[in-house]
Ligand binder design. Structure first.
Ligand SMILES: C[S@@+](CC[C@H](N)C(=O)[O-])C[C@H]1O[C@@H](n2cnc3c(N)ncnc32)[C@H](O)[C@@H]1O
Length: 245
């Protein structure tokens, strides 16, 4: 592994690769009208904080999908430490290929990762893999208000121009063939604790790294955290709890 890989330098060893908490994961799990019976797939699991929370809570095997092997290796290590390695099966693959590998999924979970293949595209792609009456729980960065501070709007217009409002995302989900049963917005502290509070000092320490890609990634991360600080809750990570028709 190269010392100049910006991803490893910034995120290496981290449990959370995005905002979230086990409390919120389990709270959203509880919003399902019934427990999943068999096949559970976690798309874009990263180091799998939520994978472990789900497996532990449900005492069922969770199939953890990610395209970056070092994150999966870290998940396997954590599963061993927690004594639940028998409940986690990792798959190094593209989440867009889930329908080729899994059919009749009872619960498709994805926290902070669907945007990588586009939220609408992810929901459409996974539809065929989720069984009728099965559930998809997918979180997506969403505008929460229409009055957005100017530099927040500017940051996301450049970095994530496809970002939609929570209402628009509900419509995207309905269009893709799901009923939205509930939503849940992550509280502010879940962005900070174990995520931004680790990333910020790491990024500061990388601002004068010899590799320009690392410096750029660090600067972008610091800007993202600054924007979050002045966001006035104009955006957030929203879980969409969906049932497939
Ligand atoms: C922001 S991280 C979130 C990770 C994890 N869900 C969490 O909340 O800690 C996004 C994850 O998606 C993975 N990813 C990106 N594109 C992917 C793809 N096309 N297929 C599978 N995984 C992908 C990345 O490797 C990364 O682990």
């Amino acid at each position: 592994m190269s010392n100049a890989n910006p991803i490893d330098l910034l995120f290496g060893g981290m449990e959370k690769l995005g905002p979230g908490s086990d409390f919120d994961t389990l709270k959203v799990l509880d919003m399902l009208p019934q427990s999943p019976h068999e096949l559970i797939v976690d798309a874009g699991c990263g180091a799998g904080r939520h994978t472990l929370a789900l497996a532990n809570q449900l005492q069922m095997i969770v199939h953890a999908v990610d395209s970056y092997q070092p994150f999966l290796a870290s998940l396997v290590q954590r599963a061993k430490e927690a004594g639940i390695e028998h409940l986690v099966q990792t798959h190094c693959m593209d989440m867009a290929d889930i329908p080729n590998t899994f059919q009749q999924i009872d619960l498709l979970w994805s926290e902070g990762a669907a945007y990588n293949i586009g939220f609408p595209n992810a929901l459409k792609t996974w539809y065929s893999a989720v069984k009728p009456g099965g559930f998809a729980v997918v979180s997506e960065l969403s505008w929460l208000r229409s009055d957005v501070p100017a530099d927040v709007r500017q940051f996301f217009n450049a970095g994530y121009p496809d970002m939609r409002s929570a209402d628009e995302n509900r419509a995207v989900a309905e269009d893709a063939g799901y009923s939205v049963l509930a939503t849940h917005t992550l509280p502010r502290e879940t962005w900070v604790e174990g995520y931004y509070d680790i990333l910020e000092p790491r990024a500061q320490g990388l601002l004068d790294h010899p590799d320009k890609d690392v410096r750029a990634f660090a600067a972008e991360t610091i800007e993202e955290i600054r924007v979050f600080g002045c966001s006035e809750d104009s955006y957030g990570y929203v879980f969409y709890v969906m049932e497939r028709a």
